[in-house]
Write a protein that binds this ligand. Structure first.
Ligand SMILES: [Zn+2]
Length: 121
């Protein structure tokens, strides 16, 4: 195939948006070849072609509090997340996100936070 890494990456984002299933090792190869990270991928998928959605960690434009995921549910191969301000309860304009489930780390049964990189003291 004579597609560039950037083209492959764009294809991957489109595949994610259309709910297509891409094998994990294929995703690894494409993301790595394009010099991207999974965070970039999730962001690009969420962003779509035009507008950036509200993301968890954004500031509430009403009170300046932190926007967090208030609830989420799995629907087949996608995860639907609802965002809201934890301080005033206001929902941002684009408070509903549909995320391909494979871009979101699975929660462990014990619901532990994801492994923290060991920091040098
Ligand atoms: Zn607020």
């Amino acid at each position: 195939m004579d597609t560039t890494p950037a083209e492959r990456y764009a294809w991957l984002v489109r595949a994610a948006l259309s709910g297509g299933r891409v094998p994990r090792d294929e995703i690894d190869r494409i993301v790595e070849a394009a010099g991207k990270s999974y965070k970039d991928l999730a962001y690009d998928v969420l962003a779509g072609p035009v507008e950036l959605p509200t993301m968890p960690g954004d500031k509430c434009d009403h009170c300046g509090g932190a926007i967090r995921v208030t609830s989420s549910r799995r629907a087949g191969s996608v995860l639907v997340r609802y965002l809201g301000c934890r301080a005033c309860g206001r929902k941002p304009d684009r408070h509903r996100q549909v995320v391909p489930a494979w871009t979101v780390p699975k929660k462990t049964r014990k619901n532990r936070p994801t492994k923290v990189k060991s920091e040098s003291p």
